[in-house]
Design a protein around this ligand. Sequence first.
Ligand SMILES: *Cc1c(COP(=O)(O)O)cnc(C)c1O
Length: 483
Amino acid sequence: MRDYLLSLQARIEVLDPQSSQIKSIENEVLHFIHQFQDQLPLDKAYKPIPSMKGKMELSDEPLDLKGILNQLKNDMLNIGLNPASGGHLGYIPGGGLYTGALGDLMAAVFNQYAGIFYGGPGAVKMENELIRWLCRWMSYPESALGNLTSGGSIANLIAFVTARESKKIKAADYHKQCIYLSPQVHHCVHKAIRICGMQEAQIRMIRLDNKFRIDPEDLEYRIKEDISTGLIPFIVVGNAGTTDTGVVDPLDAIADTAEKYQLWFHVDAAYGGFFATVDLKGPDGISVKQKFAGIERSDSLAIDPHKGMFLSYGLGAVLIKNVEAQFNAHYYKAAYMQDTLNSQEELSPADLSPELTKHFRGLRLWLPLRLYGFEPFRLALEEKILLCRFFYEKVSELGFETGPFPDLSVCIFRWNNFRDDSNEWNKKILEFVVKDGSVFLSSTTIDGIFWIRIAILSIRTHLREIELCLQILKEAKSTVLPK
Ligand SMILES: *Cc1c(COP(=O)(O)O)cnc(C)c1O
């Protein structure tokens, strides 16, 4: 038995090498990563997607590292969208701060247990401190907390489950509950409603103004109407940066109405939240920061550091004032975890979210934040807003019709020939841009109108990329449109 155990141990050693034995693998991987990074400014943001048949093949046999890295390059990195590229101007661009990735590396190697305070006091404290730091920026009270999530979708879900818990709503009454949304709400909110079991609730779509913002008068009108028919207003969701057009709803006015009729007020600031830190005036004389007035009056808020803090995918956050409701909605006592109850100095993520064992995701934010402080982030956010304003002006000079002046760093535009087929021409323009691949844009349809959309949020998007985008749009116009 002993001999066999020792022989097994010798054969397993490969999985857990000493740092001296890992050096060559480490160097080769780092070299590969640095090559990727250095190539970014020269590389396309988008490459055509071939058939994936036979790609990413997997077998039980080992492959040498060179072969593995080649496979990654050919089957993944050189295909489709490159979210790490500064030319990524579609959807909501990705980021990927390198120091964030180093934080992830440490998190993975240390493998601290960030689910429960008793199991990982330092890790849990770090994550809670990050949540409190977010709360301070959003002017939430000291007593608020929330959770670091994998992204905005789970953040919104946790907020909904907590709201439902705080109102003590019984399943038999779900059909009487009214949920007030903007037609521009992110689809993950609809998903959250369904996942939390409330799809039978009455979903009210509030009228928008001509900038695609919730009309607070219509909100109040709809609430009154629902009360008069015996229904129960439950929750209203305001957006601090819609995905389609990047607008901020009138949060203060929504907060007034939510307060008056005692609704839970949730803000989806997954994309836009961090722009609340930018004190930059717009042509209307109102600063970006002022547009977020009222966000501090919400009951819960979703905000994505993997968007506004330029981090790699996998870090969102939900901030919640009624921590007791959050706890009651998520806490579960398991017999095998009875020892963990002894230590309650900090609330544990496992008691405030659906997760137990989880990625120690705080370190990827903590490292760059401690290393650089917040100021460079704020400046980068200011740059993205100004780049969007610059683009807005220049694209209009190219003859494109523009949507509303951007609140943040997203705007929509299109070629308008005042005929029924403009949608088709805009699809062709977008196809041209995507096929060229130097930059990547996406589109949206609002009230039947096809708009091309630019979203500027990559840390690597600077003036060069925006001017390149304008140049390609100019080429697209002269190539695609009828003479
Ligand atoms: C991105 C986004 C979401 C979804 O967040 P994920 O991190 O992708 O899950 C929700 N709401 C808004 C406004 C967003 O921009």
